[in-house]
Design a protein. Structure first.
Length: 357
């Protein structure tokens, strides 16, 4: 009787999950995370949960503010081009910008990176970008998760999610809708481009134009289309906090999916609208290219993209100059784009003029 040859024992790596690669990534990113330490967050990576001490951070009567978001299909362009340096900032910005518009200081951040096959170098580049953006926002990177999931994701594909928690003293929560009045000033703070919303439409426009991401960008001389579209989302935390400290800010809106049209009313009470003069700024050239290439009308642009305004502030008229100065001194371009007016029910945006493509 012939003996059967023993079968080769299976390992987790045979199933497509490389624990050694995961450990190598943790070693590479430990220093990035350590560089984001701040009062309240002093622990190293490796615990089952991330710790944060609110008292050590200087809060007296804090309310916590939490946000979670991703980068959307902008990731498809990053994957196709192999350009990952700015994606980490996109992820952080989409979360911390949502926190600061509530008047809160972002305190800590966690990331979730899921892929079919872990590319340690690419993942390290992304997480290094996350750490840089956290540090720039005064936010500690206290943990995260890297998941290798063959069969759920194609080998080169990955997805990102971010989670951030901030805090604001109870009496300083924004928006202060009860204080808003007709005549309050609407201030616009410029964006760096498309940011991280509307990329399903952007990708369709690129397809319609018959372009590849390695081709020259029609709207950005000297840059490839991929690099131009991957310009990272601006981080508004430091500038928004400076504006708040200048006093007079009654509300802030992060202009994300839904554009100016859908996001600005989130900072308003019923019975008040904002009237915005579209002739007061020129959107970055990418928006004109998108609109012309796919014949996208102005209203659709305004409810899909930020159209050059990444943050809106609603400010007491007497304080508008000081708030604009605070934004400018923090490195932003800010200017009046409209005012608060009486409405007739649910808050909305009214537009005057037309965007200058």
């Amino acid at each position: 009787m012939t003996e059967k040859t023993p079968k080769k024992p299976l390992t987790y790596k045979d199933a497509g999950v490389d624990i050694d690669a995961g450990e190598a990534l943790v070693e590479r990113i430990a220093g990035f995370a350590k560089s984001t330490r701040r009062p309240g967050a002093d622990a190293d990576l490796g615990g089952f949960g991330g710790l944060f001490d609110l008292r050590a951070a200087g809060f007296t009567d804090p309310v916590l503010v939490a946000s979670t978001d991703g980068v959307g299909t902008k990731l498809k362009i990053a994957i196709e081009t192999g350009r990952f340096a700015g994606i980490g900032q996109d992820l952080v910005a989409m979360c911390v910008n949502d926190i600061v518009v509530q008047g809160a200081e972002p305190l800590f951040f966690l990331d979730y990176y899921a892929t079919g096959k872990l590319d340690v170098a690419a993942a390290a580049t992304i997480i290094e970008g996350i750490a840089r953006a956290c540090k720039a926002s005064g936010c500690a990177l206290i943990g995260g998760e890297t998941a290798e999931m063959p069969g759920l994701y194609a080998k080169a594909d990955f997805d990102l999610a971010g989670f951030s928690v901030g805090a604001v003293e109870r009496g300083a929560i924004l928006p202060k809708t009860g204080e808003m009045r007709p005549g309050d000033v609407v201030i616009g703070v410029t964006s760096s481009g498309v940011h991280s919303n509307g990329f399903s439409l952007v990708r369709r426009v690129v397809e319609k134009a018959g372009l590849g991401y390695g081709d020259p960008a029609p709207f950005a001389p000297g840059e490839s289309l991929g690099d131009a579209l991957l310009a990272p989302t601006r981080l508004y935390v430091k500038s928004a906090m400076a504006a708040i400290h200048a006093r007079g800010v009654k509300g802030l809106a992060h202009i994300t999916g839904g554009g100016i049209t859908e996001n600005t009313p989130r900072a308003l009470p019923g019975g008040l609208d904002v009237e915005i003069d579209l002739g007061l700024w020129s959107p970055p050239p990418v928006f004109g290219w998108l609109a012309r290439t796919a014949a996208i009308d102005g209203q659709e642009m305004l409810r899909t993209f930020n159209c050059g305004i990444g943050l809106v502030a609603i400010v007491d008229e007497l304080c508008a100059g000081a708030v604009i100065d605070a934004f400018q001194l923090s490195g932003e371009k800010a200017f009046r784009i409209g005012s608060v007016v009486l409405g007739d029910g649910e808050a909305k945006v009214r537009y005057r003029g037309a965007l200058k493509w």
